[in-house]
Write a protein that binds this ligand. Structure first.
Ligand code: 5AD
Ligand code: SF4
Length: 482
């Protein structure tokens, strides 16, 4: 936990400082006073529960919220039956929004029985004007609403919600600002996500992300490296560099740096054993990056390279800026340069105007690339994106039928590729004791496949050699070797 500013030394009766992050530490100190009062009323430490929806970026944001909540005196609860519940929302597809509306109904019921309870909503869904409208009208029981751009102000907003009894809403449309050195509480001791950039400039025509996460901005390499060195000192062995499009990292910095250059610097950090990153846009994946991956000892042999569609015609309508042939050539180049590379992808089925021929092109790429795993999605219309206004939305039953066909093919190929690894010995980072069978531990190989093998809790966080004995499709059973 980051704890360089001692909250006890802050004078909370003085005016709040204007500079960051000191201002937020001031509000943490102030907020702690309210939480202490609440603890007295309750006769125990108040509890919190953060529910994360969506991607790894949101998961990392939730760790930041958790860090602050623990600093101000809340204790983590196991469920939503807590004194303070936060939903960190996603809006990439319609069903992500639906989940939040559904669960809010349940929370309302719980709050009626526990009136002191606080509810906060944040994340991508809150950046949509119609969501805020609906909350104002029909969800008055929510206490605090903020978005993706001002999450660094959480301590200040939380303090505000203690003094203001009605719903507090603070949504920004964009920001250039990146605030460093706020507290963060990691979910795992041995691995951590590290944001390297925020936002996205690509405007793929189906995607709401650029509207809710704003324009691309990169953290300074020295700040990233400092954070990673600190993580290494804390015993973190694996880091996952996070960004909407990590391949365009550094372009907007005063002194531009490429993603490959950043990786080379991170490679030198002692104690870091594994480096992963997410997500790569095919149009920006450079030869320089492929070379760095091929030469690196630490970068994992896994690349997530979203395809979205195999049809050049649809890719054009999606504004992806590559075609089928270019994608295939890239996949081929990187597979040849990086031995044993696991390639994974994202695919959307049923983009407006997708014909059976277009869909067959996607199936063709799936077969030719041979993905080790793929996330498949049914196209979801997002208000405000160019694709939402396109004609020829594909009928639901047609999409569903294609989706099922694609999923089957993806699973068949992935299982075949996994099967071929059986018998090998792989380095595995042990993550947890197996939930179902306590005599087993579960770990992940560099290629991101999961293996269960006999072991005990003390192996957690260590990298060990495991022989893969039996393939179960998406995971393995194995045995530790020396
Ligand atoms: N509909 C369906 N899937 C989408 N994705 C992004 N926007 C949409 C949408 N409107 C998928 C893409 C992206 C992943 C994170 O989510 O495949 O890579
Ligand atoms: Fe969305 Fe495209 Fe940006 Fe990914 S790269 S977040 S799909 S706009």
């Amino acid at each position: 936990m980051y704890n360089e500013i001692d909250l006890d030394k802050i004078d909370i009766n003085s005016e709040p400082p204007t500079e960051e992050p000191v201002r937020q530490y001031y509000f943490m100190a102030k907020c702690r006073r309210y939480v202490t009062e609440l603890a007295k009323e309750l006769g125990r430490k108040p509890t919190f529960f953060v529910q994360t929806f969506g991607c790894q970026m949101n998961a990392r944001d939730s760790e930041k919220l958790t860090g602050i909540l623990e600093q101000v005196g809340y204790a983590q609860a196991e469920s939503e039956e807590a004194d303070f519940v936060i939903y960190n929302t996603c809006t990439v597809r319609e069903n992500a929004n639906n989940k939040v509306w559904g669960r809010l109904g349940y929370l309302n019921g719980y709050k009626k029985e526990h009136p002191h309870m606080k509810i906060a909503l944040c994340g991508c869904m809150m950046q949509e004007a119609e969501v805020i409208e609906k909350l104002r009208k029909s969800y008055r029981f929510v206490d605090l609403v903020f978005g993706t751009h001002n999450i660094y102000k959480f301590a200040e907003l939380l303090t505000g919600s203690f003094t203001q009894k009605k719903m507090l809403i603070d949504i920004w449309n964009d920001t250039e600002r990146i605030v460093e050195n706020l507290p963060v509480e990691r979910k795992y001791n041995f691995k951590s996500g590290v944001n390297i950039m925020f936002g996205c400039n690509n405007f793929c025509s189906y995607c709401i992300v650029p509207y809710v996460r704003g324009r691309e901005r990169s953290r300074r390499p020295e700040d990233i490296l400092e954070e990673i060195k600190k993580l290494a000192r804390d015993g973190v062995a694996e880091i996952m560099l996070l960004g909407q499009n990590v391949n365009s990292y550094g372009k907007n910095l005063p002194e531009p740096v490429t993603f490959a250059e950043l990786l080379m610097k991170i490679e030198e950090v002692e104690g870091i054993e594994r480096i992963r990153f997410m997500t790569s846009h095919p149009k920006d994946l450079s030869d320089e990056l492929i070379k760095v991956m091929a030469d690196s000892r630490k970068i994992c042999n896994h690349l997530h390279l979203p395809l979205q569609s195999g049809s050049s015609r649809i890719l054009k309508k999606m504004n992806r800026q590559y075609d089928k042939e270019q994608y295939l050539a890239l996949a081929d180049k990187i597979r040849r340069a990086v031995p044993d590379l696991a390639l994974t992808t994202d695919i959307i089925v049923g983009f407006p105007g997708e014909t059976e021929e277009d869909f067959e092109e996607t199936m063709d790429v799936v077969r030719r690339v041979g993905y080790d795993s793929a996330f498949t999605f049914i196209y979801s219309k997002r208000t405000g994106t160019p694709a939402a206004a396109m004609e020829d939305q594909v009928p639901e039953d047609v999409v569903k039928e294609r989706f099922d066909r694609l999923l089957k093919e993806v699973q068949r190929i992935a299982a075949k590729r996994a099967e071929a690894l059986t018998g090998r010995t792989e380095q595995v980072l042990v993550e947890e004791v197996n939930a179902q069978d306590k005599t087993l531990v579960t770990g992940r190989m560099g290629n991101n496949f999961v293996v269960h093998f006999p072991g005990t809790e003390h192996l957690i966080g260590r990298i060990v050699n495991v022989k893969l004995k039996e393939c179960k499709g998406f995971y393995f059973y194995g045995e530790m070797t020396v």
